[in-house]
Design a protein around this ligand. Structure first.
Ligand SMILES: *Cc1c(COP(=O)(O)O)cnc(C)c1O
Length: 368
């Protein structure tokens, strides 16, 4: 894409983060690249993560898993969420593992020819999203799957407050441990940690950690990870306005005097949501307020000095931390990343060089 609004992802930093967390936990790494790797490009992030020693990929649905297979990734893939029972034969054929999370789902699966389906049993240890709530029911599900020839490859749970509440996390872990011990089965994969837990939670039971957001440097406990992602655009117009002039839809901003206003080609259709009005972006050494409403494709900012056409503007990156931005927007960095829409150009740095689309294809076709 040619448009001058782009997201930059340094894959060397992604690889650094994977290596660092793998070293911290000393376990197998399941790299979570759902939602197109949180908007950062699944095949690119997957490539970097593999190089850094990833043992398995995790995604949210069969669609995402098939995309990865079609891109040439032949490593183990786990679907963390619900799959459509109709997808069962495709999962078996493509050697994709999936979560087994309720009796109702299992009953639908065993109506199909499910022999050879790889599953990870999902234990609900307190988040109340998906998973078995009691060990008795879990055992029933386990027996049914086994009886129908499924390969019971793993067992897992998900922490709901690893970033905020260690007692709650410990209680979730205890419930998970009881469930695992109750089944007395040699699971190949036992996992409960998300990114935050990977950095601090130590236990003798599990043998793998699932890391998602920390690929992008975001972690409550580990502040030495690198931030690989930035979002940038360029000034397309710089103009002077006078006291009393209004800016943008709804004329919500009034110039207080002579002011310099720049227009940027980024708007809410890029994921730069309207709540950014009043926040700052970074242009040529200054933090500049977003004045007036953010439009679909453009927005206006107030400068303290004139800048030429094409001057770079940083939305987040080296000068504006994505975690601070999230706080100001009353959200989390995950949401900021995931909302960056596909029409924003992606640029990748890998092995110190900018990766061109052609090279990127060569890289992924040689992986597998
Ligand atoms: C998204 C997700 C993860 C990754 O969480 P992060 O906080 O991004 O590391 C891990 N496990 C499950 C089940 C998830 O849904």
């Amino acid at each position: 894409m040619l448009r001058n609004t782009w997201m930059e992802v340094n894959l060397d930093d992604v690889a650094f983060n994977v290596r660092k967390l793998k070293e911290t936990c000393g376990k197998k790494i399941i790299t979570v690249i759902k939602a197109d790797a949180y908007g950062c490009g699944d095949k690119y992030v997957a490539t970097a993560a593999l190089e850094a020693g990833t043992d398995m990929f995790a995604v949210s649905s069969e669609d995402e898993a098939f995309i990865l297979r079609n891109e040439g990734f032949m490593q183990p893939i786990l679907i963390l969420g619900a799959t459509n029972p109709e997808s069962t034969s495709m999962l078996i054929k493509n050697n994709i593992s999936t979560a087994a999370y309720s009796m109702e789902w299992i009953e639908k699966i065993i109506e199909k020819d499910c022999a050879g389906l790889r599953v990870h049993l999902k234990v609900d240890s307190g988040m109340n999203r998906i998973g078995f709530q009691t060990k008795e029911e879990l055992k029933k599900g386990f027996d049914l799957l086994k009886e129908h020839g499924c390969i019971i490859e793993g067992i897992f749970t998900h922490f709901s407050c690893a970033d905020t509440d260690i007692d709650f996390t410990n209680r979730q872990y205890e419930k998970f441990r009881e469930a695992v011990e109750y089944l007395q089965y040699p699971f190949q994969w036992i996992h409960c940690d998300n990114s935050d837990a990977t950095a601090f939670f130590k236990d003798p039971l599990t043998n793998a950690c699932r890391i998602g957001v920390s690929l992008y440097g975001i972690n409550t406990y580990d502040h030495e990870l690198h931030y690989p992602v930035s979002l940038k655009t360029r000034v397309i117009l710089c103009k002077h306005v006078s006291k009393g002039d209004k800016i943008g839809y709804g004329a919500t901003y009034t110039a207080q005097g002579d002011e310099i206003i720049a227009t940027l080609p980024i708007g809410y259709a890029d994921g730069f949501i309207r709540a950014n009005q009043g926040r700052k972006v970074y242009i040529d050494g200054s933090f500049c307020e977003v004045t007036g409403r953010v439009c679909m494709d453009q927005c206006m900012v107030k400068l303290d000095h004139e800048v030429p056409f094409d001057t770079e503007a940083e939305i987040f990156g080296a000068h504006i931390n994505i975690e601070d931005m999230a706080k100001e927007l009353h959200t989390i960095p995950y949401e900021i990343l995931c909302l960056i829409s596909p029409r924003v150009t992606r640029k990748y740095i890998f092995h110190g060089k900018e990766l061109k689309e052609e090279n990127a294809r060569i890289i992924t076709s040689t992986i597998s």
